[in-house]
Design a protein around this ligand. Structure first.
Ligand SMILES: N[C@@H](CCC(=O)N[C@@H](CS)C(=O)NCC(=O)O)C(=O)O
Length: 205
């Protein structure tokens, strides 16, 4: 078995969390290296694209959370084997990556600037992506995004919806998803109760 080391920030969410859950579901040992923001600043220039997560496989750096998620997801049974369902899965993870890119653009702002940027975010990108994701969930049959099974797409969506519902983003109403795309709220509840997800968090407790 290769030596796996996953480096990311020290919180239970974000781009690395679906990968951590997939590792656990696959029963694959890995080093869960959690770094502080200052530590990231110090090591940033040694990371290929100056961003995390990074997976090291026997010391070789691999970047891009979706690519890593697919790789571990395949070993965990969390990625569809059918090519069309795999495409559906990829469309969701790609869309979520785009949404994250827009959300991150509002980080670091303060006061009135933050309020204004978050209002634009809610009225434009969040509305577009949440309603689009709801359509993709319907396409997948309503319970999962692809293959009628839990996949890394569900895990990545769950990270984003859990964060929005819990009020992590200041000035974004916590009932926004309920208003715009209610089936994503049901999805968030369903995924939080999936055996692979509850087993992972039990292991963290
Ligand atoms: N497309 C990359 C994006 C990685 C990324 O932007 N990661 C953030 C943390 S979630 C980061 O390291 N930001 C620090 C920076 O860009 O300076 C991926 O999916 O892995």
């Amino acid at each position: 078995m290769p030596d796996y080391k996953l480096t990311y920030f020290d919180f239970d969410g974000g781009r690395a969390e679906p990968i951590r859950i997939a590792f656990h579901a696959a029963g694959i040992e890995f080093e869960d290296k959690r770094i502080s923001f200052p530590e990231f600043g110090e090591s940033r220039s040694n990371i290929r694209f100056h961003a995390v997560p990074v997976l090291e496989i026997n010391g070789e750096q691999i970047t891009q959370s979706n690519a890593i998620g697919r790789y571990i997801g395949k070993m965990a049974g969390l990625y569809p084997t059918d090519p069309l369902q795999a495409l559906y899965c990829d469309e969701v993870t790609g869309a979520l990556e785009d949404l994250t890119h827009y959300v991150v653009q509002t980080f670091g702002l303060q006061g009135e600037d933050l309020i204004a940027a978050r209002k634009i975010l809610v009225d434009t990108r969040l509305t577009t992506f949440l309603t689009g994701l709801e359509q993709l969930l319907e396409r997948g049959g309503g319970e999962y995004f692809a293959g009628n099974q839990l996949t890394i797409a569900d895990l990545k969506a769950f990270m984003q919806t859990r964060s929005l519902i819990s009020g992590n983003l200041e000035h974004v109403p916590t009932d926004l998803i309920q208003e715009l795309a209610p089936s994503l709220v049901d999805h968030e509840k369903r995924i939080s109760a999936e055996p692979q997800v509850t087993a992972y968090y039990a292991s963290r407790a």
